[in-house]
Design a protein around this ligand. Structure first.
Ligand code: FE2
Length: 377
């Protein structure tokens, strides 16, 4: 099975091409303790040490560890003293995603196109250089206090970005088969989803490829609405959720209350062997949402024949869904921060290009059971 991001379905061809994006360059988290977070993503998730910037490289205000697994790069950044923007961000939101960096051929053009179409500037185009070459960076604001940074790196041969040095500790647990970022989901406030859909269409030339409303995604208590935006080549997919009216508080409202605003809800990372990947994650202490065992009683009736044996899927709690193009296997972690905010999805695609709509109800009921325990339902 290919490790490349999905090929380009015809549906994406009407996306405007003024904003070519080659892929996700990195995802940067602002965290309270970058050193310990790096250890977690190494030991539990199998990310490999890549680069470091901090006091040893002359920085006075922050420290960052960069980890890599195949095409996925995570940057974990903490402040070195009080009164910093990073510290303020962590105080307000808890640990969370600040930057989704997009790899572009021309970061100045990307910035100018986005700004001329109405984006708010986060970082004007700037050139950063060291002995390994140069990188051009620029950035725009998106929902909440989250940002996109455009990275142009054709003329750079260094380990990560200028200012970083190789990070090569003795401790290097094996990877677990994570390949690339499949999609990244944002939660926005009630009534804001369509504004951000328009933003991605107008400012970044994305197309809407799917939508779900409260008839698709609702349980006895809660509901949400979601629209999925994709860039021209299909490598970047950003579903955007907003709460819908339910009897009790939806998981999206819970997120927004605890994150204190809109932000990144989950990052889906792809694997070619979900049974192996999830077995490793579970053995290393990552906790997943569980659906009831009865989910598996009617699974094959619902999705038809699949290559995998049911028993290991049931044992690990892996979910399956089918669309017109094939099927997918997926599983969601519990939140990975103290607040019920950010979580991860593990996904293996076997032809399917959708997002697991058939699992939403079972999943939401699993989330509600956890909300009930938290007292936030
Ligand atoms: Fe997802």
């Amino acid at each position: 099975m290919s490790t490349e991001p999905l090929s380009i379905p015809k549906i994406y061809e009407d996306a405007a091409d003024f904003m070519p994006i080659m892929g996700t360059d990195y995802i940067e988290f602002y965290v309270g303790n970058s050193k310990q977070a790096a250890h977690y993503y190494q030991s539990a998730w199998g990310y490999q040490p890549l680069a470091y910037a901090g006091m040893e490289t002359g920085l006075k205000d922050r420290e960052s560890y960069v980890l890599i697994q195949d095409k996925i790069r995570l940057v974990l950044t903490s402040p070195l003293h009080s009164g910093t923007e990073i510290g303020r961000h962590i105080d307000k939101h808890g640990d969370g995603v600040k930057v989704t960096a997009l790899w572009v051929p021309d970061a100045t053009k990307a910035y100018n196109e986005a700004i001329s179409r109405g984006a708010t500037s986060y970082m004007e185009p700037r050139v950063e250089e060291d002995a390994d070459g140069k990188v051009v960076k620029s950035g725009i604001e998106i929902y909440g206090e989250t940002v996109h940074v455009f990275i142009e790196r054709d003329d750079y041969n260094g380990i990560f970005l200028p200012g970083y040095k190789k990070w090569d500790p003795l401790y290097k647990p094996e990877g677990i088969g994570l390949k690339y970022v499949d999609h990244m989901v944002g939660n926005v406030e009630l009534g804001q989803m369509d504004e951000w859909v328009e933003f991605y269409k107008e400012v970044l030339g994305f197309s809407q490829i799917l939508s779900f409303d409260d008839k698709d995604i609702s349980t006895e208590y809660t509901a949400l609405m979601s629209k999925v935006m994709s860039n021209g080549n299909g490598r970047i997919k950003f579903p955007i959720n907003e709460p819908a009216n339910g009897i009790k508080k939806s998981q999206i409202e819970e997120y927004i209350e605890f994150y204190e605003g809109a932000g990144v809800q989950h990052i889906a990372v792809a694997t070619d062997n979900i049974v192996e990947t999830v077995t490793q994650l579970r053995d290393r202490g990552v906790e997943f949402l569980r659906v009831p065992d009865t989910y598996y009683d009617v699974l094959l009736e619902r999705v038809g024949e699949i290559d995998e044996d049911i028993e290991p899927l049931k044992e690990l709690g892996i979910l399956v869904d089918r669309d017109d193009e094939g099927y997918l296997l997926q599983l969601f972690t519990r939140p990975v921060e103290p607040r019920p905010t950010l979580f991860f999805e593990i996904i293996q695609r076997k032809g399917a290009t959708s997002f697991g709509k058939g699992n939403f109800k079972a999943l939401f009921e699993a989330i509600e059971r956890e909300q009930e325990i938290r007292g936030t339902l």
